[in-house]
Design a protein around this ligand. Structure first.
Ligand code: 3PG
Length: 214
């Protein structure tokens, strides 16, 4: 496992972020996440200005690991790299994007939920996959079932994760980290509720720690 992926896995949670006002919100959001012990962010290309957000978050918190999410094209990978992104997340399995990121020496976590996805990931030499959308695709039970033929993978489930089920996921050795938007919802960001975001991060980190040590 590369250094960035290892660090993400140690933190254990990955906020999935959509920023509508990067100039206003990227820096205080980065600080709020880091203060909560979550020095990692997946900034999605669902909003225009994602590259700006990545750049501003890195400037505000240089030690934070900032990646690009919802990446659909190689052009977006180039934009993400230019902005300083340290990892790439794609919603689905696209070998072209995986190979492109690998050429650029950037960790990439493609969304996988089926044996066919996993098999493709195996052939591409991946070690860590995004499992998306997690709850809607069968949740932890499906992740565990997939580990039988594919024990070589760790996964980052995203989709439907909250403080309620985070501990159940984090307990399973197959989980590298859990992704989610629950600590960075549109309401929290648009209303600049930075202290609340920090608090949700602290709670998440505590849940992951307890789940892993328990
Ligand atoms: C993602 O892109 O990873 C998901 O949309 C995040 O899912 P959530 O909003 O259910 O956490």
């Amino acid at each position: 496992m590369d250094q960035i992926t290892r660090q993400i896995s140690e933190i254990g949670v990955v906020p999935v972020i959509k920023l509508n006002h990067p100039e206003r919100d990227a820096a205080p959001l980065a600080k709020a996440l880091c203060e909560g012990g979550v020095a990692v962010a997946e900034v999605t290309f669902r909003a225009a200005g994602a590259a700006t957000a990545i750049k501003l978050m890195k400037e505000a918190c240089p030690d934070m690991i900032v990646g690009a999410g919802t990446v659909l094209t190689t052009v977006q990978i180039d934009e993400a790299i230019a902005a300083g992104a340290q990892f790439i997340v794609t919603p689905g399995m696209d070998p072209e994007l995986v190979k492109y990121a690998q050429e650029k020496k950037l960790p990439i976590f493609p969304g996988c939920t089926t044996p066919t996805d996993y098999h493709t990931a195996y052939k591409l030499g991946l070690e860590v996959l995004k499992f998306f959308p997690a709850e809607q695709s069968g949740g932890l039970a499906k992740i565990k079932a997939m580990s039988a033929p594919f024990p070589m993978f760790k996964v980052m489930p995203t989709g439907g994760i909250s403080l309620k089920n985070l501990g159940d996921y984090a307990k399973a050795p197959v989980i590298a980290a859990c992704g989610g938007s629950y600590m960075v919802t549109a309401d929290l960001i648009d209303n600049q509720k930075w202290a609340e975001i920090t608090d949700l991060c602290k709670q998440s980190v505590a849940i992951v720690r307890e789940a892993r040590n328990g």
